[in-house]
Write a protein that binds this ligand. Structure first.
Ligand code: AMP
Ligand code: ZN
Length: 137
């Protein structure tokens, strides 16, 4: 995609600090560094979001995320690690080229995601599950 910053990074048209590369994925340091060691794992072939991934990309991006996560753990010894991936503006996505955030975490590090649980009755869960199952390919 001509106007996509991560496509430009993949094409080496703009610089990035790369930590890992394979056939389908490129992992590089997030320029914002929510915590030291914050990495993005992106697919190489442009996909706007998770909905646009083919199976090979989907498998490869999580394989790379797991590999790089282990390296972050060993290099930074964080107390935890958050895996974050946004699809669409409403979900907080700002770069519309699929990527997974790997964020080393520490107690009280200021990173927050509110989690407004609704705890619906079981019938609702069954209804929601049936709607999803009817669409699974
Ligand atoms: P998201 O909100 O999930 O789409 O996250 C986009 C992320 O891309 C942000 O955390 C930015 O700091 C990061 N980012 C944007 N431009 C660059 C860049 N040129 N190199 C590295 N990270 C970038
Ligand atoms: Zn792109």
């Amino acid at each position: 995609m001509d106007d996509c910053v991560f496509c430009k990074i993949v094409a080496k048209q703009i610089p990035a600090t790369v930590v890992h590369e394979d056939e389908h994925t490129l992992a590089f340091m997030d320029i914002g560094q929510v915590n030291p060691g914050h990495v993005l794992v992106a697919v190489k072939k442009h996909a706007d979001n998770i909905f646009a991934l083919d199976d090979a990309q989907a498998a490869a991006v999580f394989r790379s995320a797991a590999r790089v996560s282990r390296a972050i753990r060993d290099a930074f010894a964080p107390q935890g690690l958050s895996v974050y991936q946004a699809n669409g503006k409403a979900a907080g996505q700002t770069v519309f080229h699929l990527h997974i955030h790997l964020v080393p975490r520490h107690e009280a590090d200021g990173m927050e995601l509110t989690w407004p649980v609704k705890n619906p009755p079981r019938e609702k869960l069954v209804d929601y599950a049936e709607r999803i199952k009817a669409k699974l390919l």
